[in-house]
Every structure is written in C-alpha cells, then in structure tokens.
Design a protein around this ligand. Sequence first.
Ligand SMILES: *Cc1c(COP(=O)(O)O)cnc(C)c1O
Length: 329
Amino acid sequence: MKFNNKLENIKTYEAGKPIELVVREFGIEAKDIVKLASNENPYGCAPKVKEAVVKIVSNMALYPDDSMAKLKTALSDRFCINEENLIIGSGSDQVIEFIMHAKADADSKILINSVTFAMYEIYAKHIGASIIRTASREHNLDEFYELYTSEKPDIIFLCTPNNPTGDAIDATSMMDFMAKIDENTLVVVDGAYMEYAAFKDEKKAVSPKELIEKFNNVVYLGTFSKAYGLGGMRVGYGISNSKIIKELYKLRPPFNITTLSLEAASVAVEDEDFVNNCISLCFSEMKRYEEFATKQKIDIIESYTNFVTLCLNKNSNSNRYLMPCFVKE
Ligand SMILES: *Cc1c(COP(=O)(O)O)cnc(C)c1O
C-alpha cells in the first residue's frame, strides 16, 4: 500500500524504556528499578492530587468539561494571565503539533538547536517542513539570529532549559532576542523544565506573562509531566496572545483532556510547596552524579533541569560507568 510520502523519512519516537519492559526483559523487581529515561519526577505527584482523582474516579460516563474551566482558572491565576491566553494539550507535545500545523507548511523552515527535543523535528516532518539547526551544543542566540536572518524560518524553537543538554537561556537575553524577530516569525519557548531553572537561578526564569505582553509572536509551553509528577496524565499547555490561541484552537480535537487529567492538573497547580520540595530534592541528589562524573573525569553540562548530561567521548561505553551506589551486589 502507498502512504503519504512525508512518512518515509520519519523515525518513530523512541520513548524511554518503561519499567514494565525492564521487569519483563531482565527479571528485576519493579521496586528495584529507578527510571531515569524520560525525566519524570521520581517523587511522583502531591498526595492531594491523588485524593482528588480518587474522589471523582467513579464518575466516568460523561465527557470531560471541554471548556476546562477549573484548570484554566488555576493556570491563569498562577501566571497572572487571562483564560483566553491558554490552550491545553494532551501533553505539551500536542500543543507543539497544533503550532506546527497552524503556522508551517511544506515550504517552511523550522529553526531549532543542534541537539534538542525530538518532537520538533518529528512534527515538522509530518507536514514536510525542513529543519535548520544551529551548530553549538548549547543554545547560542547569536547563531539563532544569524540563521534567522539568512534562512527566514517560519518557526523558531527555543527550549529552555533544553532537553537533553540541561542548559538554560538567560531571561534577559531571551527578551533581547525576541525584540529582534519580526512579527511574522513565531517563536516557541518550551519551558518544560522551567520550574527547575527558576528554582535554581532566577536569571533563567522566563515569565510567560512578560513574554506575551511584550510580543505578539510567541507561544510559551509548559507541562505537568515533569516537575508536577503527572507524566501519566498527559497534560500540557500553551500560553500566547488570544489571536494565536484562537488559531491553535481550530486544530484541537474535542475533549482532548480526560476528566481525571483535568482534575489532577488543576489540583497540582495549587500545591507549589510540594513541587518546590521535589525540585530541591532532585538538585541535591544530582550532586551525587556530579561528584561521580568529576571522579571519573567525565565532563558534565551544568543542569537547570532534573537530569544531568554526561559528555562521554566516542570511545566510551556508558555501561562501563554504572554508578556503584546504584548497582546492587
Ligand atoms: C517532556 C517534554 C515535553 C513534553 O512533555 P509532555 O509530556 O508532552 O507535556 C516538551 N518539551 C520538552 C523539552 C520536554 O522535555
């Protein structure tokens, strides 16, 4: 059978290996496995969130509230924005998909960092758009600007902090960069790990409110999958001016967020203490990795996220570096 030829050079997204598969393949008990592959919060979600979900779990017959009133109120309070500035996706992945379809077509160029989140490229390929990458491993806004000028992309993705490198852009540099971009080029600021960066260094804290007040051509993305410990619930959001949000809404399937997910995310937003406590624990545990890397003379990239990148050279096999503290005798 012939399929859409755009699919020919798309590689299927390879998700981090789930615990269930490790149990099956290696016969290790689930309780002895620490999953590090998808950057979730190892401490899970706030107890209040679980209680709230359990309370409504008996009521599944009706479709979810498609206005998403409770979650939109919670998010607009948190970010001091209006509900018309919000779109909720089944993960921020889905919002990236809406953005790509809303703004780009087969003639478009999409500018991204040399190494960054895989879904930008995958969604670009869905519509046949081409990908332009910067050269440096970490975000270099001068390189982004140069390529913006020469290549005239339709969309620029800035992932801060970046997955998988963990580096983050200074908020003031981001604002200066935005000011040089014309209104018809859409800039997407993916803040999937922004909670971590803001906790560690306020200079890295990008404010979605300030972004959308100053610029008409920006979408800020956030997610509940990382710091909020709700990866299994698939909830993410986009924040932008109401005109852009209206366009993105045209691409949204109805009822794209389940009743349970809406409830979980709404309650999670309210418990900032829980999230900050998890972030603090993550950064203190990360010190063990950093010390280990220093001892083994492995370079690391300073991390503003819940993971740290070890820079192994071409000849090293990561299996050789199993952390002694994690290997059970
Ligand atoms: C995890 C992640 C997302 C999307 O997560 P969802 O679970 O789809 O909300 C988006 N961007 C980056 C950089 C991520 O690491």
